[in-house]
Design a protein around this ligand. Structure first.
Ligand SMILES: C[S@@+](CC[C@H](N)C(=O)[O-])C[C@H]1O[C@@H](n2cnc3c(N)ncnc32)[C@H](O)[C@@H]1O
Length: 238
């Protein structure tokens, strides 16, 4: 990526990154790809809330409502500008991480007066620096289709969640048949402009986890998004 790249160039490179082309390449090259995400979201940050507040509202609302019925310490991975933060119950402690400092900076401004935020930290969701079993609840909203290795992110969320704890994902998942599949295949060619991959089947996360999928909720708008609730197995030694 060069400084003369236009936004479409950068999004095209982000799409290549999203398609997992970084697999098998060096740590140095991977760091460069992380830089591509940071660059893309640094550009998005000033407009992100204006563009994505409404279309992604229902997923955030549904996930936070479920989390508010639980107790303890919550990790939100890929927290972005922190649009969910004002909606978490005050009985919860919330830690947020994101790869983009520009997005986090907005989350920090938003949460300046909030006393239940333990930290907003720049960190890769596929390589979390928290110890095992650290959180009661972990959640990633609209993050899986923009990371190169969604299975690794889910396994990291599972690792840092305590036994018996909850892992929530909110995502667009594509279908194999019916009119929606046709639309998703058609939309795929516009992935650059959309900023996410409309063809993202559930199998990309489900086949890599042994956690129990306890519940699935189809969400507005138009049933485009799904909330998945996983339970991490209890520790048999406990
Ligand atoms: C579509 S936005 C969703 C933001 C937020 N969850 C929301 O509901 O508005 C995706 C976010 O994931 C972050 N992200 C992308 N790759 C990441 C990674 N590997 N680790 C942590 N965050 C990542 C981006 O910086 C961006 O803030």
């Amino acid at each position: 990526m060069t400084t003369s790249d236009t936004l479409p160039d950068r999004l095209r490179k982000l799409k290549l990154w999203m398609q997992g082309r970084w697999k098998g390449i060096s740590r140095e090259a991977r760091r460069l790809d992380e830089t591509a995400v940071q660059t893309a979201y640094a550009r998005w940050a000033p407009y992100y809330d204006m563009v994505f507040r409404a279309p992604l509202y229902w997923g955030r609302h549904a996930a936070v409502k479920r989390i508010n019925a639980l107790e303890g310490h919550v990790l939100e991975a890929g927290i972005g500008t922190g649009m969910s933060l004002p909606h978490y119950g005050k009985h919860l402690t919330v830690t947020g991480i994101d790869l983009s400092e520009a997005m986090l900076e907005r989350a920090r401004i938003r949460s300046a007066e909030m006393i239940n935020i333990a930290g907003l930290i720049c960190m890769d969701a596929s390589d979390l620096s928290f110890p095992d079993n650290h959180f009661d609840v972990t959640v990633a909203m609209y993050v899986m289709p923009v990371v190169p290795d969604p299975a690794k992110v889910l396994s990291e969320l599972e690792r840092v969640t305590r036994p018996g704890g909850t892992v929530l994902l909110v995502n667009h998942f594509s279908t194999d048949h019916g009119p929606r599949a046709v639309v998703e295949r058609w939309l795929k060619r516009y992935a650059d402009r959309l900023g996410w991959n409309p063809e993202f089947p559930k199998s990309r996360v489900l086949r890599h986890t042994s956690m129990v999928l306890e519940d699935e909720e189809t969400l507005a708008p138009f049933g485009l998004f799904t909330l998945m609730s996983f339970r991490k197995a209890e520790d048999p030694q406990a």
